[in-house]
Design a protein around this ligand. Structure first.
Ligand code: SAM
Length: 325
């Protein structure tokens, strides 16, 4: 016990980043063939199998909890429904970029006769799932291996931060949707609003949302979602009868309305890890911001969300359309 462990100076040579999951940044190339490959950066774990810049959001346990909480928030906003599209008895459902798979699992419970597949870059989905639900690791921006016209309901939610080539993705969705099949896109918009002048122009949450959604992500071809953008994506791909719905998504339990108060309270809790989940990698990687400065902006943003005197919300957009017969 007397000998101390000698430190490998090579580990510190590249001191700008944290450890990769193996800890062996240089010498274990064989591990990099694993789909479970991660990097740790500024205290969060990011999946890196498809390239570390593919998804600028972490996939660690904190993020998985946040995704599940956000699912609950979105359910509340949609009156307890997992989708708004008029889907009755689908046979094959696809959830693109499924995250923890929570939507796909709910869809499998709601439609027990359907086969539900969730795809994601990261294998973070649970193993114990309904028998009609399964998950595949896949990059949705590559050419799909699913058979043409093999799904009658395709769902994709909150992928704005991750997808650069929506035209290609929508093309693959269209190709793999049956004639008459339905596609629903849902996204939390990137802008922060306030209806009663309680949010100042230099509000830190508004500023970080702007830096992220109007500056950083558009630089890599990922504009913030709006209802018009979702509608255009569906129509440009060839879907018809496109419907769009927008819900206010408050941050903090300031609304009087019980349902929105509940949503706001959950959104406040979600922000505890969500501000940095959305912003930290985007600000440091895309805008090359100093990590200390980026972390401070995230803390300031969170402090602004916690301010009871500020009544902020963003918009949750849902759009669906049908593939012509
Ligand atoms: C913000 S999460 C949303 C998860 C889920 N759709 C939800 O609403 O709960 C984005 C997810 O998309 C996945 N993702 C990002 N880019 C992807 C791609 N090119 N192909 C497949 N999944 C992707 C990420 O790994 C992450 O799990």
């Amino acid at each position: 016990m007397s000998e101390s462990i000698e430190v490998d100076p090579a580990v510190l040579a590249d001191s700008n980043t944290d450890y990769a999951s193996s800890g062996y940044d240089t010498s274990t190339a064989s591990l990099s063939s694993s789909i479970n490959e991660y990097v740790f950066e500024n205290g969060r774990r990011y999946h890196s199998y498809f390239g570390v810049n593919k998804n600028p959001m972490p996939t660690d346990e904190k993020e998985q909890d946040r995704l599940d909480l956000h699912h609950e928030i979105m359910l509340n906003l949609l009156g307890g429904e997992i989708h708004l599209a008029p889907v009755e008895s689908p046979q094959r459902i696809l959830d693109v970029g499924t995250g923890t798979g929570i939507w796909a699992i709910d869809a499998a419970d709601k439609f027990p006769a359907a086969e539900v597949i969730g795809t994601d870059l990261s294998p973070i989905q649970p193993r114990w799932v309904p028998p009609n639900c399964r998950f595949e690791v896949d990059d949705a921006e590559l050419e799909w291996t699913f058979k043409p016209e093999s799904f009658d309901f395709v769902h994709a939610r909150n992928l704005a931060q991750s997808i650069s080539d929506w035209k290609k993705l929508m093309g693959e969705i269209y190709r793999c949707t049956q004639p008459g099949g339905i596609v629903e896109l849902a996204e939390l918009g990137g802008e922060i609003f306030c209806d009663d002048d309680t949010m100042s122009d230099d509000n830190a949450f508004k500023r970080i949302a702007y830096q992220l959604n109007q500056v950083a992500l558009p630089k890599i071809g990922r504009p913030a979602a709006t209802s018009a953008l979702l509608k255009a994506r569906l129509e440009d791909a060839g879907f018809v009868d496109v419907h769009v719905t927008t819900k206010k998504h408050p941050f903090g339990p300031w609304p009087k309305d019980r349902r929105l108060k509940n949503v706001g309270a959950m959104a406040l809790l979600m922000s505890e890890t969500g501000v940095e989940a959305y912003a930290l990698a985007a600000l440091t990687r895309i805008l090359e911001m100093d990590p200390t400065e980026a972390a401070q902006l995230c803390r300031d943003g969170l402090a602004a969300v916690k301010n009871k005197n500020t009544h902020m919300y963003s918009l949750f957009h849902v759009a669906y359309g049908r593939k012509p017969e």
